[in-house]
Design a protein around this ligand. Structure first.
Ligand code: CA
Length: 388
C-alpha cells in the first residue's frame, strides 16, 4: 500500500481534490487566461474568454474564433484565410469565427464556397455552421492544390452528402480518408437550393505546447524560455511575453511535450518592435527521445510576424527545438510558439495515456475523449475501443 501511495503524482492528487471539492482551475499563463484540465495546464478557448468546464474544456457559449472540436482544443486552419463564393455575397463571413454572420449564394447553376488555406495541410475533417441546413442538401467537400473556381480542380473528395442525412445547424464532417491539399471547396449541384454557410472550421490539430517544460541555450533581459508557451502573442518585447537569448553561436530554444505526438503545424510569432531579422533562417528539429533531426529550415529572409509551418519532413516528436544554426553569433527571440498535433495511432486521452483501437485510426478527430466515429477495430470493444 505504501508503495502505491508513493507513486501517486502530485497532479493525480490535484485531480482527486478537484472532483471532490468542485474546485475551479485558477487563471494563469500570460494575462491570467482561463484554464482547465489535468494540472490546470490547458487553456480554455471559449467565446469572450469565458471559463470552460473544469474537466472537459467544453464552452457553454461555444468555441472562440479560431478554435473547434473537443474541449475547443483544435486550431481552425481556415480562420481568417482568403475565401471566395460563386455569388459574391461576403465569403469572408464564413471564416470570421462568428457563426452568427452568414453568406448565401444565388440559385443559379453550381453553388460553391472555397478557401485558400495558405499552406499544404492534412485535412481530416471540418465543422460547418449553417442556420438553414436544408440549404446544404447534397453538399460535397473537396480538396485541391490550385486556386480555382472550377470544382474540377478539386480532385480529392473529403465528403459527399448524398442522402442529406446530416441536416443540422452544426454539421461535423469527417473526411472518408485523410487528404493533403492547399484549397478546400464546399459545393452543391441542386438547382433549387441556395447554399448558405455561416462558419466553416477545418481541423488543424490540437494545441499541445501550452505551458509545457521549455529550455533555451541562455537567457537575457528576463526573456526566459517559458515565455514562448505562456499564451501571450504580443510581439513587442515590452509586454514581457517574448524570449531572449544572449548573442551566441547556435542559440536554441526547446520544448518537451511530455509525450510523442504527431505534429501537423507550428505557428511562430516573431518580434515586431525591432530586430525582426534575427529570426531569419531559423530551423525546426524534432526528437522522439534521442537526437534531433532537422525537419524545416526557414528561407534566409525576414520572417513575418506569424510564420505558419506545415510542410515538415517528419511528423513525430516529443521534443521540438528551434535554432539559429549559422556560424556567426546571433540572438534568438520568440514571442510565442503554438504547436498543433495529436496522439499517435491507437492512443487517446489528454496525455495519450490509454489505448483506443478504432476501425480506421487515421479518421479519428477526437482523441481527447477516445470516441471512434468509425467503430472499433477487430477484437476491440468499449465506448473508447480500449477493451480487448
Ligand atoms: Ca508569449
Amino acid at each position: 500500500m505504501h508503495t502505491a501511495t508513493a507513486f501517486l503524482l502530485p497532479s493525480t492528487w490535484f485531480v482527486i481534490f478537484s472532483i471532490v471539492s468542485g474546485f475551479e482551475c485558477p487563471r494563469g499563463g500570460y494575462n491570467n487566461q482561463t484554464q482547465f484540465g489535468p494540472g490546470c495546464n490547458y487553456r480554455c478557448h471559449c467565446v469572450a474568454d469565458a471559463q470552460c468546464d473544469n474537466d472537459t474544456g467544453i464552452c457553454q457559449g461555444g468555441c472562440g474564433a479560431g478554435w473547434m472540436g473537443p474541449g475547443c482544443q483544435y486550431g481552425d486552419i481556415a480562420f481568417k484565410k482568403r475565401a471566395w463564393m460563386s455569388s459574391n455575397t461576403g465569403p469572408d463571413k464564413v471564416v470570421d469565427g462568428d457563426p452568427s454572420t452568414c453568406s448565401q449564394t444565388d440559385q443559379i447553376g453550381e453553388k460553391w464556397w472555397r478557401v485558400d488555406l495558405n499552406g499544404l495541410y492534412r485535412i481530416t475533417g471540418l465543422i460547418i455552421f449553417s442556420d438553414n441546413p436544408d440549404a446544404l442538401k447534397g453538399f460535397k467537400v473537396r480538396v485541391g492544390n490550385v486556386s480555382s473556381n472550377s470544382s474540377a480542380d478539386f480532385p480529392s473528395t473529403c465528403f459527399n452528402d448524398s442522402s442529406n442525412a446530416n441536416a443540422s445547424e452544426v454539421i461535423t464532417v469527417l473526411c472518408t480518408s485523410e487528404l493533403v491539399g492547399k484549397h478546400l471547396m464546399i459545393s452543391i449541384m441542386d438547382q433549387q437550393t441556395k447554399m448558405k454557410l455561416c462558419d466553416v472550421r477545418v481541423y488543424g490539430g490540437r494545441s499541445i505546447a501550452y505551458r509545457r517544460f521549455t529550455n533555451q541555450s541562455s537567457d537575457q533581459w528576463d526573456g526566459v524560455a517559458s515565455r514562448a508557451v505562456d499564451g501571450g502573442t504580443y510581439t513587442s518585447y515590452e509586454y514581457n511575453t517574448c524570449t531572449h537569448t544572449i548573442e551566441e553561436t547556435s542559440p536554441r530554444w526547446m520544448v518537451d511535450l511530455a509525450q510523442v505526438y504527431y505534429i501537423s503545424r507550428i505557428e511562430i510569432f516573431n518580434r515586431q518592435d525591432c530586430c525582426e531579422e534575427r529570426l531569419a533562417g531559423f530551423t525546426i528539429s524534432f526528437a522522439t527521445n534521442g537526437s534531433f533531426v532537422m525537419v524545416y529550415k526557414h528561407p534566409h529572409v525576414m520572417p513575418a510576424e506569424l510564420t505558419d509551418v506545415t510542410n515538415m519532413s517528419n511528423d513525430k516528436a516529443r521534443f521540438i527545438q528551434i535554432e539559429l544554426t549559422d556560424t556567426s553569433k546571433r540572438t534568438l527571440s520568440l514571442c510565442e510558439v503554438f504547436i498543433y498535433g495529436d496522439c499517435p495511432d491507437n492512443l487517446c486521452g489528454w496525455s495519450c495515456e490509454y489505448p483506443c483501437y478504432c476501425a480506421k485510426p487515421e479518421d479519428k478527430i477526437n482523441k481527447i475523449d477516445g470516441y471512434c466515429p468509425t467503430g472499433c477495430a477487430e477484437n476491440w470493444t468499449g465506448s473508447k475501443c480500449d477493451c480487448e
